[in-house]
Ligand binder design. Structure first.
Ligand SMILES: [Cu+2]
Length: 405
């Protein structure tokens, strides 16, 4: 398929249009001709401003003549990333000196079913094939050294902006990789806490990639581990890594979800759907039911779980039905955790952690307590907890029965 953008100046294929953030605005005009032409001009201007910012950041960093970083005293280790909801092997309390943590992420564009009941699907844009991207864990003072690879058969350019990092648009300005390219970025984790990361090619491609799943979280632990408000150590038995994903899936005139042949084909339709700011789905870990039924999270009474919740684009209010957030860090791990929370807040564009020790067996629903999102848009996960029931905490004194009035 060949289309002309800026007729007379440039001949391009759809692939070229979608690859370049510089061309993102042009893609909006070519993706679905008539619909694109109806778009209001101001948003295209905003798109251009954002694209120019990204180009300037990349140019500025490339021209740097700063002296090389002193890496003496660091030990190199490799972290094998794993798919959500699991966490990579890590130490809760760091041993030894600071480390350079080598990780590799591959930008995979893949067709994913979002809701089996309706057939809703999306050409997800991912890091390592999952929505959210893998959880990275390091300690304050470590360096993260990422190799970012974009396979040759990709349709689009990708990059990464780490909210935990400092400078060059979070690394976004230094990591633009076109299909068939790779790059290596090293940055120092100076702020402890949970942070989101996401793709940010520039302009409208930023929310397009984020709303197609291209985001995840990194947890930067204090070197001596997590602590309560009094400074006592807190430890967890497991991590449940949950990524909240808002999708804006285009529908046809009959209200059926549209399907597309390749990644990027939905660009113009998606921008129209995104502009409503009303998600068609707001799910945990990429799809409706990704963390329920046979995919439910598992725990035992007495076990402590650290729930790491990433929400790159939209505000969320996680609530564990039947449990609590015993210790919640909505902000830095340097801050005293909030305690005994019924519901906590994850600002769109951030990640947060909540710690809970299960006291009763059964099924717990972990939901976005905007219950419209939790029950109707897909924002629900389940914990299945084994153990012995404690009647002192709760007892059904009388089963439901008819009564005489
Ligand atoms: Cu991307």
């Amino acid at each position: 398929m060949t289309k002309l953008i800026n007729p007379g100046l440039m001949k391009t294929s759809r692939r070229n249009v979608l690859r370049g953030s510089v061309l993102a605005g042009a893609a909006a005009m070519t993706g679905a001709g008539a619909m694109a032409a109806r778009r209001p001009q101001p948003s295209l201007k905003a798109d251009a401003v954002s694209r120019n910012l990204h180009k300037a950041a990349a140019d500025g960093a490339a021209a740097s003549t700063a002296k090389p970083a002193d890496l003496s005293g660091y030990t190199r280790v490799r972290q094998e990333l794993v798919a959500p909801p699991f966490a990579p092997q890590h130490e809760q309390v760091a041993t030894g000196g600071p480390k350079i943590i080598e990780i590799t992420m591959v930008t995979e564009e893949r067709l994913m079913v979002v809701d089996e009941d309706t057939g809703a699907s999306v050409w997800a844009l991912t890091y390592n094939g999952s929505v959210p991207g893998p959880l990275i864990i390091c300690h304050e003072g470590d360096m993260v050294e990422l190799t970012l690879r974009n396979p040759a058969d990709s349709m689009m350019e990708h990059n990464i902006d780490f909210h935990a990092s400092t400078g060059a648009l979070g690394g976004g300005g230094l990591t633009h990789v076109y299909p068939g390219e790779e790059c290596v970025l090293r940055w120092k984790a100076t702020k402890p806490g949970c942070f989101t990361y996401h793709c940010a090619p520039g302009g409208a491609m930023i929310p397009y990639h984020v709303a197609h799943g291209m985001n995840g979280a990194i947890m930067v632990l204090p070197r001596d581990g997590l602590k309560d408000a009094q400074g006592n150590p807190l430890r967890y038995d497991s991590i449940a890594y949950i990524g909240e994903q808002d999708y804006y899936l285009p529908m046809d005139e009959n209200g059926d979800y549209k399907s597309y042949d390749t990644a990027g084909d939905d660009y113009a339709d998606s921008l129209d759907a995104m502009r409503t700011l009303i998600p068609t789905h707001q799910v945990f870990n990429g799809a409706v039911g990704a963390l329920t039924g046979e995919n439910a999270l598992k725990a035992k009474v007495g076990e402590t779980v650290l729930m790491v919740h990433n929400s790159c684009n939209v505000d969320s209010r996680p609530h564990l039905i039947g449990g609590h957030g015993n210790h919640v860090w909505e902000s830095s791990f340097s801050d005293a955790p909030l305690t005994g929370m019924e519901t906590w807040f994850v600002r769109g564009g951030s990640a947060a952690a909540a710690m809970y020790t299960f006291e009763q067996p059964g099924v717990y629903a972990y939901v976005n307590h905007n219950l419209i999102i939790g029950a109707m848009l897909g924002g629900t996960a389940h914990f299945v907890v084994e153990g012995a029931w404690d009647n002192t905490l709760m007892e059904q004194v009388v089963e439901p029965r008819p009564f005489e009035s």
